[in-house]
Design a protein around this ligand. Structure first.
Ligand SMILES: [Zn+2]
Length: 227
């Protein structure tokens, strides 16, 4: 489904939001959902008029199973390059274990990890804060994982991975929340967003916010007295 500004959201990705868009080079897939999602992803691209060969780049917002789960298969099928922040690359490669979720999510995570073994893969592009990729600016926003990133297009959109989620149940705290094992670091990451203008916020979970998202993030920061 196309949202706005040429960004599409994959449907039916079992609890996680993944997106795609096109750059000068071809189709860019942002996050790959849980393992065994590659067929769903390619079928939806086909329905959007794109072929397997059109996929040139896979950007992973952070190294959690529900975001990198089908990266290896998708790379194999398409020949696309994989980009991930340098601090999360070792998890994708299988050189470091994935972090364990806490609390309620620990339970869910354990189940997911039991069901799904993800295939490790070497990334092609290691991202750093401030990099430009496929028309996005990379913001390094650690906290949820060491190498969590957001992808920013001025005045248009911010793809937030799992660092900032939308949460319609979080009233009166507002429609946006942080979801992270390291709250202190995550809040300091969020400071980076203060002066950014964007209309849409596209989170890794929860409903995308299609209007006034930058303002909503600022309201959340002001409640927390940030910066
Ligand atoms: Zn997630």
């Amino acid at each position: 489904m196309e949202l706005k500004h040429g960004i599409h959201k994959f449907e039916g990705m079992t609890g996680v939001n993944c997106y795609w868009t096109t750059s000068d080079e071809g189709v860019v897939v942002i996050d790959t959902a849980n393992p065994k999602s590659e067929t769903k992803i390619l079928d939806q691209l086909k329905a959007g008029g794109k072929s397997t060969e059109d996929v040139k780049l896979i950007i992973i917002t952070h190294a959690d199973i529900d975001h990198l789960g089908s990266a290896a298969e998708l790379k194999n099928l398409t020949g696309a390059k994989i980009a991930i922040h340098e601090s999360d690359a070792a998890i994708l490669k299988g050189e470091e274990p994935m972090k364990e979720a806490q609390g309620f999510f620990k339970f869910i995570f354990k189940i997911m990890m039991g069901f799904f073994k993800f295939r490790t893969v070497d990334p092609d592009i290691l991202l750093k804060d401030g990099d430009e990729i496929a028309g996005f600016k990379v913001l390094h926003t650690p906290g949820h994982t060491k190498g969590s990133i957001m992808l920013f297009k001025p005045n248009q959109l911010l793809i937030t991975g799992d660092t900032l989620l939308s949460d319609s149940h979080a009233q009166p705290r507002g429609p946006i929340k942080l979801f992270t094992p390291d709250m202190k670091q995550a809040w300091s990451s969020i400071r980076k967003l203060h002066d950014l203008n964007f209309e849409m916020m596209l989170p890794g979970h929860g409903k995308p916010i299609l209007e006034n998202a930058g303002e909503k993030v600022r309201v959340l920061m002001e409640k927390k007295h940030l910066p």
